[in-house]
Design a protein around this ligand. Structure first.
Ligand code: 9MR
Length: 344
């Protein structure tokens, strides 16, 4: 058996390759690649990431695309988009069985018009559920979950590189979070969700996504055992999203080792919601460590920062992103660009 038990036609991977090829062609046209094929240091995040076949993404809110600096920074620096909120359950199915895709469709169109791939976030989560879901019990909740996955993943089938199928289902101690999903459906709800996503969009890579699984710890151990079990039993799973909401003084001692152990299991890893509170050299060093760790793991296929500018960050007071509130590049930006350019 190969290292991945979940084989798929991989439309998502083909799309990534198209983006990478288009980006390389663009680089060559812009004179950034010499004819010998030797790359000069790329001067945007997206071009630097594409050199090693990776994406560099940002969480985006469609209502901000009308702000010219926001759109210009996104289009210049990033080649992947994830919806910060508009593909969540409350946004896409506000009433049972009535789907609204306006915001998500806008993001997909923006991505396609600008040579970007799309991450889907998120099909099932204990938070940001519409009110009607919170009142459901037992098999009614299970059927609503499956119908939601079918509706949303089915609508976007073919457009999504990777889906965060299930988000944040574990506690720090490695136990299952006691959400309504866990309590009403039971332990099988996570694999039910992955099977439904696979049926609705056979080409997207299917990820489990969480915070606090950035190093080796009881929570990431539990996710590791779940992935191992899914692969052994043929439950479709392709990737683990390591959110990485961090601070300058976060302990990153086992960060790379943790990415590598998931990759060694036979899934891709993606850094999905990166932001690092702090400023100056300390923040830049933490960003460098995270970026170098991903570059060192061949199955770490891309990095997404949770926003573009500190101006609109969900934790804006921590100034955690690569662009300040005036869209100026911060010291951390330079550290990330250098680490992307130095990828083996
Ligand atoms: O950044 C998102 C913020 O705008 C929303 O209000 C919030 C709602 O819970 O969700 C934030 O995004 C979260 C993501 O979907 C899942 N991981 C944690 C992120 C930060 O809270």
């Amino acid at each position: 058996m190969s290292s991945t038990s979940h084989k798929r036609p991989a439309r998502g991977r083909i799309w990534s390759a198209v983006v990478a090829a288009a980006t390389s062609a663009g680089l060559a046209a812009a004179g950034l690649l010499t004819f010998s094929g030797t790359a000069h240091a790329a001067d945007t995040l997206r071009a630097a990431a594409a050199e090693s076949g990776r994406y560099y993404g940002a969480a985006v809110a469609p209502h901000l695309l009308g702000e010219s600096d926001y759109a210009a920074t996104l289009n210049r620096e990033f080649n992947s988009i994830v919806a910060e909120n508009v593909m969540k359950w409350d946004a896409t199915e506000p009433n049972q069985g009535q789907f609204t895709f306006q915001g998500g469709d806008q993001l997909v169109a923006h991505a396609q018009n600008n040579g970007m791939s799309v991450r889907g976030h998120t099909l099932v989560w204990h938070a940001q559920q519409p009110g009607w879901v919170q009142g459901l019990t037992g098999d009614n909740l299970r059927r609503a979950m499956l119908n939601h996955i079918d509706g949303v993943a089915g609508h976007y089938a073919g457009d999504i590189d990777s889906w965060d199928v299930v988000n944040e289902a574990f506690e720090w101690d490695g136990s299952r979070r006691q959400s309504n999903l866990q309590q009403q459906i039971g332990n099988g709800w996570i694999e039910d969700a992955f099977r439904a996503a696979d049926a609705a969009d056979p080409a997207a890579k299917l990820c489990y996504n969480d915070y606090g699984i950035d190093g080796v710890n009881p929570k990431s151990d539990a996710v590791y055992r779940m992935v191992q079990d899914f692969l052994a039993r043929g439950v479709p799973i392709d990737c683990v999203g390591v959110q990485s909401h961090l601070d300058s003084n976060s302990d990153l001692g086992t960060y790379r080792q943790n990415l590598q152990r998931f990759a060694d299991l036979g899934v891709d890893v993606q850094i999905t919601e990166l932001d690092i509170g702090g400023s100056g050299a300390a923040q830049a060093n933490a960003y460098r460590t995270v970026t170098e760790a991903c570059m060192a793991v061949s199955r770490c296929t891309g990095i997404t920062t949770w926003g573009i500018t500190d101006k609109y960050s969900w934790r804006g007071q921590d100034t955690p992103l690569l662009f300040d509130s005036n869209y100026q590049k911060k010291q951390a930006y330079g550290a990330v660009l250098e680490a992307l350019n130095n990828a083996p």
